[in-house]
Design a protein around this ligand. Structure first.
Ligand code: 13P
Ligand code: SF4
Length: 313
């Protein structure tokens, strides 16, 4: 199978998906060839909504583990496959049930709001979930004024700025892919490309977000580019896979990836773990299936459903 040309493999994947009544969902950070073979490409929120409404028998999730788990929690009766089990997430790994329990004991009056980049167990311990696309609305919607925001400190401090009326305690996790970028590096790039509009993901550090013209989720970047018809040059501060969708949708515009430290790129090894071959094997062998205990599904689903009931930012 590995000897097949990429386009033959893509064709076989599409045939198999049809035969098995499967939907292929892909995150914006996946490789271009995986995005192309998928039914839907989107951000965490958009893909959760797709997973919730699909009639497909099986969901093949080309993203990372927490995303496939979210799809499973929202569709407990469907088969959800993660094509490469090595596709984890450093941010999700930065919080464990034990460390969250420790923080909850230190802040017993605080309501736990958890970014979806977390395990099913962490979601099950939380009152409500949020994504980068709805974090501000979610925090505003919570009845309590005392919030424990987990696990991303950069998204947490960005939300805290937008919602100053609430007391927000922030857990100390981060995404190493985004956290590598520093404000001074971005300033240097902006000086070179003085006409560029800077669009950053809220997992970037505070000094980066201060410089950005727009801060939004990955799919939000598509609408923010469209909102600047006067500009032909954009600096994008997020994982490099995002540039594939942006260049595809706006071929007349130029997109430059923000530089990290010397020798570093904004590249997520987990998001790049999934290959076309993995997608093919996932479909043909129906591997690797996401399994979550009923009690975790029940509690995590409550936190996710609360989030999905909140109108978007
Ligand atoms: P989005 O929800 O904006 O797609 O981001 C997910 C993610 O993992 C960012 O690192
Ligand atoms: Fe996780 Fe960061 Fe990769 Fe997103 S970019 S999946 S937060 S490690």
């Amino acid at each position: 199978m590995l000897t097949l040309q990429k386009d033959e493999l893509s064709l076989k994947i599409r045939e198999l998906a049809k035969e098995k009544k499967a939907i292929i969902l892909a995150h914006n950070y996946q490789t271009g060839e995986v995005q192309e073979v998928s039914d839907v490409v989107g951000d965490s929120l958009g893909l959760s909504l797709e997973a919730k409404k699909t009639n497909a028998r099986m969901i093949v999730f080309c993203g990372v583990l927490f995303m496939a788990e979210t799809a499973k929690i929202l569709n407990p009766d469907k088969k959800v496959l993660l094509p490469n089990p090595a596709a984890g997430c450093a941010l999700a790994n930065s919080i464990t049930p034990e460390s969250l329990d420790d923080w909850m004991q230190r802040y017993p009056d605080h309501t736990v709001v958890t970014y979806v980049n977390s395990s099913a167990e962490i979601k099950a311990m939380s009152y409500i979930c949020c994504t980068s696309a709805n974090a501000v609305s979610v925090v505003k919607s919570v009845p309590s004024n005392k919030i424990l925001f987990t696990p991303d400190r950069n998204l947490g401090s960005w939300v805290k700025k937008q919602v100053p009326e609430k007391e927000i305690v922030i857990y100390d996790g981060d995404c190493p892919t985004h956290d590598v970028l520093r404000g001074p590096d971005l300033i240097k790039l902006k000086e070179r490309l003085s006409h560029a509009v800077v669009i950053a993901h809220p997992e970037c550090r505070e000094d980066v977000l201060q410089i950005a013209d727009e801060v939004c989720s990955t799919t939000g970047m598509i609408s923010r580019v469209a909102a600047h018809p006067e500009s032909n040059l954009f600096i994008i501060a997020t994982e490099e896979g995002m540039l594939y969708q942006l260049r595809k949708r706006f071929p007349e515009k130029e997109f430059v990836l923000a530089d990290g430290c010397i020798g570093c790129r904004l590249l997520c090894p987990y998001m790049k773990a999934t290959t076309l071959e993995d997608v093919f094997h996932a479909l043909s062998e129906e591997r690797y299936e996401i399994k979550i205990s009923d009690s975790i599904v029940r509690d995590a689903r409550t936190a996710l459903e609360r989030m999905l009931a909140v109108p978007r930012d």
